[in-house]
Design a protein around this ligand. Structure first.
Ligand code: GLU
Length: 445
């Protein structure tokens, strides 16, 4: 029997998650759910200085907002013993060595290599140190870093998105897995976790491709079983193809939430963007998961435009019943007996729920009239014929009929200036529905 599918989303709690992370989370989530497997939220918090509890809470809050529920949480900071055990094993197997170069020395080596047209790969000078050399260096500089000794062969895997990958290990530096201050680095921790937790599929950004190569060798060196299926999704760019990395800070999920973006608009876009499947609005998770296939995603950078999320949010909101938006409407101060009429009139004329505020302000406080040149007398005459508020569902029909008879105007020449005078806008909801909500008519002068 095939082993059950287990995936994980492994953010470092050094910031809030953004649209780029969301893609990773969503792909791993959907693979697990589609297979009826397990989705683990793994908090990569081995860096005690940069990891913050505030971000751990924030990440959980954001995933919960989206409905991406995890089956369990793992924290790397609670698993240090396992990582040290793995480090011991690598030492015993002769695959781990201590190196003492300072960052400045390493930088110098890299520059020399580049000057000679060579790839800047760590030269393994530390392998030649005798025990006495190491003792002396430890005395002088403190503990060294621990590097994994790569097997200098080609590392190959079939990537779920990139296809067949082959990386020459000789072109990669032996990765540092433990820092001089004893801090376990992500590369080792992740390998130990993926192996011990039985992770079957790892989807992450293509910035991790080289990591994957080295992690495959570390997994093989530890020899605790197979290697997961890897897939590396392309990185997001802005709408013009510009790098998004600097702007990701402003594309945090909580910022999108504050702008009124709805979870299903975001999920629908991110679950298909960059794949050969069309982006369509979905309003339930099962439909999103159903049509998802990681193999349909392409390797090319994926353009992301924040602006796409607004019309999608608008379309999502149109599908909502009054009941689901009743709280938002009540919060604006809309009286309960007007809520239904208010929602019926506004639902197709908003992009986010934040827009409701503007509509309510207009109905409640009146809109600044727009009166085009030459229409002044017509509007004055029409306003004189307008009954007192409150209006009802027949007001618009009755009034425009009377105005038509009195002025001889009809069609667009009749309706357009009246709408502009009452709402200040050229387009909008059906005026028959708007009238009962209008409480103040500024155009009355
Ligand atoms: N904490 C790592 C990151 O956020 C996880 C990468 C991985 O999925 O292995 O980049």
């Amino acid at each position: 029997m095939a082993s059950p599918t287990i995936t994980r989303f492994a953010p470092s709690p050094t910031g809030f998650i953004h649209v780029g992370n969301l893609r990773t989370a969503l792909m791993n989530y959907m693979i697990a759910r589609k297979a009826g497997g397990t989705f683990i939220l793994r908090i990569d918090d081995t860096d005690p200085e940069r990891s913050k509890e505030e971000y751990v809470d924030g990440i959980k809050e954001d995933l919960t907002w989206l409905g991406l529920h995890w089956d369990r949480v793992e924290r790397q900071s609670e698993r240090l013993d396992q990582y040290h055990a793995a480090a011991d094993e690598l030492r015993e197997k002769g695959r781990f060595y201590e190196a003492f170069e300072t960052p400045v020395e390493l930088d110098l080596k890299r520059k020399k290599q580049l000057n000679m047209g060579k790839p800047p790969v760590y030269d393994r000078a530390a392998l030649a140190l005798s025990d006495a050399d190491k003792d002396a260096l430890r005395q002088e500089r403190g503990a060294g870093v621990w590097r994994f000794k790569l097997d200098q062969q080609r590392i190959e895997w079939n990537d779920g998105i990139l296809g067949d990958i082959s990386i020459d290990a000789a072109s990669v530096s032996d990765p540092v897995l433990i820092r001089g201050d004893g801090q376990i680095l992500y590369t080792l921790a992740s390998v130990v976790d993926d192996t011990e937790m039985g992770v079957t599929h790892v989807v992450r950004g293509s910035d991790h491709v080289t990591n994957t190569a080295t992690q495959i060798q570390i997994m093989q060196a530890l020899g605790n079983g197979g290697v997961p299926n890897f897939a590396h999704h392309s990185l997001l760019t802005g709408p013009q193809g510009e790098a998004l990395s600097k702007r990701l800070g402003t594309l945090a999920l909580r910022d999108l939430r504050a702008q009124g973006i709805q979870p299903f608009a975001l999920l629908s876009l991110m679950a298909r963007l960059g794949s050969s499947d069309p982006v369509e609005l979905r309003t339930d998770m099962a439909a999103l998961i159903d049509g998802f296939d990681i193999n349909h995603f392409g390797a090319a950078p994926t353009k992301f435009d924040l602006q796409d999320l607004f019309p999608m949010t608008g379309r999502y909101l149109q599908t909502l019943s009054l009941e689901s938006v009743a709280d938002a409407i009540a919060d604006l101060g809309v009286p309960t007996d007007k809520a239904e009429a208010f929602w019926a009139v506004t639902r197709e004329n908003i992009e986010t729920l934040n827009d409701l505020k503007v509509w309510w302000a207009m109905f409640h406080n009146g809109a600044d009239p727009v009166i085009e040149d030459g229409d002044e007398a017509f509007i004055a005459q029409a306003m004189a014929m307008l009954p007192d508020t409150p209006f009802d569902g027949d007001t618009w029909g009755n009034w425009t009929k009377a105005v038509k008879e009195a002025t001889g105007r009809k069609g667009r020449g009749l309706f357009r200036p009246l709408r502009l005078a009452l709402t200040g806008q050229e387009h909008g909801p059906e005026m028959a529905g708007v009238m009962p909500l209008l409480q103040v008519i500024k155009a009355r002068g």
